[in-house]
Ligand binder design. Structure first.
Ligand code: SF4
Ligand code: MG
Length: 334
């Protein structure tokens, strides 16, 4: 199917100021040269531990923070070359939902007013039809018209997230970037909101870029998964390949930490040594080498590129010099 979003060589370096003159003394390399594509109608998840650059990527795509360099091709145009005004118009097609809808909902606006405002900014529904449309949207996300004139504090967390979703839908987007949208909710409510997102996807032909640290949630919703580590992409695969045949040592470790009900699962929990290094001076070569139990000298100097895995699904890419030897057992974990 059609490419909806292509990110090319995206970098997001945040300057660190220091000294008496407040000069830039270094950079946080939050996202460092990543490329990926999202096709129309699919759900692609960006996963990784906090600080890996996944939220930064979402914000850079929408230019909530201006990226340092790269390209973001959305629906045929490079978003990074649009003027501010053109970008505001584009927001009709790309919406974001956040972890804490309470923080992003104006406490003095009722549910209906929040949605009317979104329509007004994009000037998409005639003024006298907005209220009716807003009420329909609330019903679409499972809220009752009786709740239309309530304020954010009168809703539960799950209901507020539904309002956040309705607000995104109010402008008829093509792509929704969801940043930890269910992370703050109880597990049972998480499932309800994820199911809602799935059914809305079918109904409105939406494409999702789904940012989450939680592989259990990601497993529920994704078609494809992108694993990030310290500002780079280490693995891209469809959900089945990623969960059944992870190739990158980091992905293997992440997956080994998810509790499972599968009695046949033989993999033991892989405990990574040390903490995630700082993205100010990330390790040379493979950024994972300081924690990888397969690392050798080459890994310390030579940065691995994403490349297709052998004997795997098409479009399964991994950035590891030694994935074949790890698979075959030719290299042992240390
Ligand atoms: Fe580990 Fe080396 Fe592969 Fe990086 S390239 S994941 S350090 S084996
Ligand atoms: Mg985040």
């Amino acid at each position: 199917s059609k490419e909806l979003l292509t990110v090319n060589h995206l970098k997001q370096y945040f300057p660190i100021k220091g000294g008496v003159f407040g000069r830039t003394v270094n950079y946080v390399k939050a996202v460092d040269n990543i490329s990926f594509t999202v096709y129309e109608g699919e759900t692609v998840s960006l996963v990784g531990e906090s600080g890996c650059g996944k939220s930064t990527t979402g914000r850079a795509i929408l230019r909530l923070d201006e990226p340092t360099s790269g390209e973001v091709i959305f629906d045929g145009s490079n978003l990074l070359s649009l003027s501010k005004k053109q970008m505001t118009q584009k927001r009709k097609d790309l919406q974001m939902i956040f972890q804490d809808p309470y923080a992003s909902l104006n406490p003095r606006k009722t549910a209906v007013q929040v949605l009317e405002e979104a329509m007004e900014i994009q000037n998409i529904v005639p003024k006298d039809e907005r209220r009716q449309r807003a009420i329909e949207l609330l019903e679409t996300v499972g809220l009752s018209p009786h709740q239309a004139d309530r304020y954010p504090h009168e809703f539960s967390g799950g209901q507020r997230q539904r309002i956040g979703i309705a607000r995104a839908l109010a402008v008829n987007p093509k792509l929704i970037i969801s940043d930890e949208a269910v992370s703050a909710l109880d597990v049972s409510i998480q499932a309800q909101v994820l199911n809602l997102m799935k059914s809305l996807q079918r109904e409105f032909k939406l494409t999702y870029l789904f940012i989450s640290h939680d592989l259990g949630v990601v497993r529920h919703i994704s078609d494809r998964i992108i694993v990030m580590y310290l500002g780079t992409i280490v693995e891209i695969a469809d959900k089945k390949s990623l969960f059944h045949q992870p190739r990158h040592p980091y992905t293997r470790a992440l997956l080994s930490a998810i509790p499972t009900l599968d009695p046949d699962r033989k993999t033991e929990r892989i405990l990574l040594k040390g903490d995630v290094p700082s993205s100010i001076d990330p390790p040379s070569g493979c950024r994972f080498h300081t924690r990888c139990m397969y690392a050798n000298d080459r890994c310390k100097t030579d940065a691995p590129e994403l490349r297709p895995v052998q004997h795997g699904a098409e479009n399964h890419l991994t950035a590891c010099h030694h994935m074949e030897e790890i698979d075959s057992g030719a290299i042992q974990a240390r």
